[in-house]
Design a protein around this ligand. Structure first.
Ligand code: PLP
Length: 375
């Protein structure tokens, strides 16, 4: 199988599994327990937190382990609303559903929310954010890079703007962590998720700036300095720290290799398959290629590619038996038809030139087949 869905998740690296195994086997103590076995787990957790803090360039006390990117986003949106009680929220229209759905829930509770549209390249312009800032704005969320297009956002400018107005700025860094430096200095909170950088699923880390006005989301015991209840998954936290460290170390080389593969793929798709269009412009992650195939339905293309052994994704969502086009692509101004014809190919460090060749051959056959049937 050719795996070109690395933005959805990545395989667990062997060295990460090795790091995790002792905490799944012999060192199984609860990190809150006072006995020797518990203290071993507490020490592992301390090391993992220090490791993440070192990479982020923040204090260890500013790092909290969570169940992943979704929980981090819920915590940021709902935690800031709970801390303020009322106010206005600014949320980009291209955020991950974990941010958008949280904001919509807060809207129902009376928090007026402005959703900002990107430009046609998929960029949220700082001026667009500035325009909608109000005296009662308490929260802003603009992600570091979009998960569907890979388009990198001007988060430093947006973060600076928010800081100038005393607005809590949350930056979803789930797609960028391990690929590029994160904008810690410009955020009040940011999120990372291990399974996007060859770590385990179900573990994330949230940076929260010391003194930031936010309440906890998960009530319970005193874990995570009383800010996130629940017995911590020590093996997963150790795995996250190890995977993050390895990803950052290899980012330069892997990024170059991945971008070269992606670029040669895109160049050839656009040149050799008629009526194709790349979605998203400007600065992009090395991994992403979001392409619309005129006269094709992205879902059909995905299924045919899957049958031929190539794993990709679309940004469409299936609900109540109907396929709704990607909210990101439609926010960028694509028509429903253009958005539904899009397929996302995301490359990772294990992809090869041979796979690019093979995928191109299969893709051409699949597109011709669908176009032939649609004539
Ligand atoms: N934010 C972005 C940009 C994502 O791409 C994802 C996952 O696809 C998430 C948040 C959610 O992360 P998790 O799968 O860890 O809940």
């Amino acid at each position: 199988m050719i795996y070109l869905d690395n933005a959805a998740t990545t395989p667990l690296d062997g060295e990460v599994l090795t790091e995790m195994l002792p905490y799944l086997k012999e060192n199984y103590g609860n990190s809150s327990s006072q006995h020797a076995l518990g203290r071993k787990s507490a020490h592992a957790l301390l090391c993992a937190r220090d490791g993440v803090a070192k990479i982020l360039g923040c204090k260890s006390e500013e790092v909290y382990f969570t169940s992943g990117g979704t929980e981090c986003a819920n915590w940021a949106v709902k935690g800031v609303c709970a801390a303020h009680g009322k106010g206005h929220l600014i949320v980009s229209a291209i955020e991950h559903p974990s941010v958008i759905e949280s904001a919509k829930e807060m809207q129902k509770l009376g928090f007026d929310t402005t959703f900002i549209l990107p430009d046609k390249d998929g960029v949220i312009q700082p001026e667009a954010v500035e325009k909608v800032i109000r005296t009662d704005t308490v929260f802003c969320a603009v992600m570091h890079a979009n998960n569907e297009t890979g388009v990198i956002q001007p988060v430093e400018k947006i973060g600076g703007l928010c800081r100038g107005h005393g607005i809590f700025y949350f930056c979803d860094c789930v797609q960028t962590a391990g690929l590029m430096p994160l904008p810690v200095k410009f955020c009040d909170a940011l999120s990372v998720s291990a399974h996007k950088f060859y770590g385990p699923c179900g573990i994330g880390a949230m940076y929260i700036k010391e003194g930031a006005k936010i309440q906890r989301l998960v009530s319970g015991g005193r874990q995570e300095r009383s800010q996130r209840g629940g017995t911590v998954n020590v093996a997963a936290a150790a795995g996250l720290a190890k995977a993050f460290e390895a990803a950052v170390k290899g980012a330069g080389e892997n990024g170059k290799r991945t971008a070269a593969l992606r670029d040669s793929f895109v160049k050839r798709v656009l040149a050799e398959i008629p009526d194709t269009k790349m979605n998203g412009g400007g600065e992009k992650l090395p991994s992403h290629a979001n392409i619309s195939f005129g006269g094709c339905d992205g879902e059909n293309l995905l299924f045919l590619l899957d049958l031929a052994g190539v794993a990709v994704s679309t940004g469409s969502a299936c609900s109540a038996g109907a396929v709704t086009p990607s909210h990101v692509l439609t926010a960028m101004g694509l028509s429903e038809r253009q958005a539904k014809s899009a397929v996302r190919f995301t490359f990772g460090k294990y992809n090869t030139e041979q796979e690019v060749e093979e995928t191109l051959k299969i893709l051409k056959e699949c597109v011709s087949k669908i176009r032939g049937l649609n004539k």
